[in-house]
Design a protein around this ligand. Structure first.
Ligand code: FAD
Length: 445
């Protein structure tokens, strides 16, 4: 008899994982705590509930990485995408859905599947036997979160993300910025030039502080705030504490010399640090923020060197349980210390409905292949799904690991194409063309 796959959490990832495994012929038990135990954000007992916006973002599979992820999931017979298409609402180039009928359809499809059983109830311990996927999301219940922390080490499970904005390296103006670590610290040339620095004079700094103070901010939701103020103050809160606070904090100008103007001492310096091994993404150090997205782009473009910046993701601070996947998971999404347990969805450190569903799709396929005695490897990093899993299980810097949206900065470059803004359209088309061929190859695998 085929071994049963147990999945904890019937959200975006768990529902998709269950669908994929069940379609491969594997019996699935899906454990969902709602409606018996709720979360502060979910409203219903339905599977696949969208907790906030009703958008799956861009549906453009030629110029947008999230649109490419849609395409890959459709090609893999994904439940979340098929159901989203069925309940699509007019939204220009975005894929928005009618949320309640969407979740009802996901629930009906899984309940009707002959290989799926749904058991309603909270799982509070880490399973010791059998094949499991944990897909309990950003609001994993307290008891299970505690069990995960005990297994992985408390510092490997975060309860908040404090995301600093991430910028595409190619969009930074290196005629203004320069590479240097403070006091040239480091054993190797790479370490001595690990940071990218953007200088400000007094006038630019004062204008920047004014803009920070005036910017529109997002309010915290009920249940979101506990515990977060300890470690990671939003940049605008630091600015509210005093106009000089940032100049003595993340923007201190010490230990740095601007090679473009060696005789001029910067009044403040914004530092960016490499965010992936490919070196295509940089995060702005210490710039976690609750500013609204529109305000963030306006304010951050005031930083000299970032005036034309393109953002792979903007900053934020949210309640979010996620594990340190780069250290904890292998490339099959298994917990290294307990390979019978996989993780999927937002808890692995991806961000968003679409990315979470994609990680569910992958975990469902990898787990069912293992149960059926087949060999299956993760998709190549030239695909959107492959780029994401490669990032979270090894490409990302483990020490500063924060949740990630899919974006073209995660893809290995296509050789021979123009870099910079002007070549962007051709480059994105080349990425997506290559991804589609490689994804089909992986599916046929
Ligand atoms: C307040 C908030 C707003 C958000 N807004 C957006 C947005 O607008 N757009 C976007 O793309 N993303 C948003 N996200 C992120 C969003 O949660 C994820 O993108 C997506 O829902 C994650 O999918 P998932 O399957 O990993 O987790 P979820 O969809 O949350 O599913 C996890 C499931 O596990 C269940 N569960 C938890 N613990 C247990 C347990 N111990 N036993 C059994 N079941 C359990 C939960 O009830 C839930 O059904 C938001 C997140 C939060 C917290």
């Amino acid at each position: 008899m085929t071994e049963t796959l147990h999945i904890i959490g019937g959200g975006m990832a768990g529902s998709e994982a269950a669908w994929q495994a069940a379609n491969a012929g594997v019996p699935v038990v899906l454990h969902e705590m709602r409606p018996k135990v709720g979360t502060f954000a979910h409203q219903t007992g339905l599977l696949g509930e969208m907790v906030c916006s009703n958008s799956f973002r861009s549906d453009d599979s030629e110029q947008n990485a999230v649109g490419l992820l849609h395409w890959e999931m459709r090609a893999a017979n994904g439940l979340i995408m098929a159901t989203a298409d069925k309940h699509k609402l007019p939204a220009g180039g975005a894929l928005a859905v009618d949320r309640d009928p969407f979740a009802q359809s996901v629930t009906d499809a899984l309940l009707a599947h002959p290989n799926v059983t749904v058991e309603y109830g909270e799982i509070t311990e880490l399973p010791t036997e059998g094949q499991w996927i944990i897909a309990t999301g950003p609001l994993t219940s307290g008891a299970l979160a505690q069990a995960i922390a005990t297994e992985t080490g408390a510092e490997a499970l975060a309860f908040f993300d404090a995301i600093a904005p991430i910028v595409y390296a190619e969009s930074i103006d290196m005629d203004k910025a320069w590479m240097q670590s403070r006091y040239d610290k480091g054993e190797t040339e790479e370490e001595r030039t690990a940071y990218l620095n953007c200088p400000m004079d007094k006038e630019q700094y004062e204008a920047f502080i004014d803009a920070l103070l005036a910017a529109d901010k997002t309010e915290f939701r009920e249940g979101e705030t506990a515990g977060y103020f300890d470690g990671c103050l939003p940049i605008e809160v630091m600015a509210e504490r005093g106009r000089e606070t940032l100049r003595f904090g993340p923007m201190k100008p010490v230990g740095l010399t601007n090679p473009h103007q060696p005789d001029v001492k910067a009044y403040a310096v914004v530092q960016l640090r490499r965010d992936n091994k490919l070196g295509t993404l940089y995060n702005i150090v210490g710039f976690q923020t609750k500013m609204k997205y529109g305000a963030q782009t306006d304010v951050f473009k005031m930083i000299p060197g970032l005036q034309d910046a393109s953002f792979a993701r903007l900053g934020g601070i949210h309640r979010n349980s996620f594990i340190n996947s780069p250290t904890l998971l292998d490339d099959q999404m298994r917990l290294r210390t307990r390979p019978n347990i996989r993780f999927a969805g937002q808890i692995t450190g991806v961000e968003g409905y679409v990315e979470s569903a994609a990680m569910g799709l992958l975990a469902g396929r990898l787990a069912s292949a293992e149960i059926l005695g087949q060999t299956a490897s993760a998709p190549p990093d030239t695909t959107a799904t492959g780029a994401l899993i490669t990032h979270i299980t090894g490409g990302a810097e483990a020490k500063t690991f924060q949740p990630m949206n899919v974006n073209f900065g995660l893809f290995p470059p296509v050789e021979g194409l123009k870099s910079g803004r002007r070549g962007r359209k051709d480059r994105y088309k080349a990425y997506t063309d290559r991804a589609k061929v490689d994804w089909q190859g992986w599916l046929a695998g």
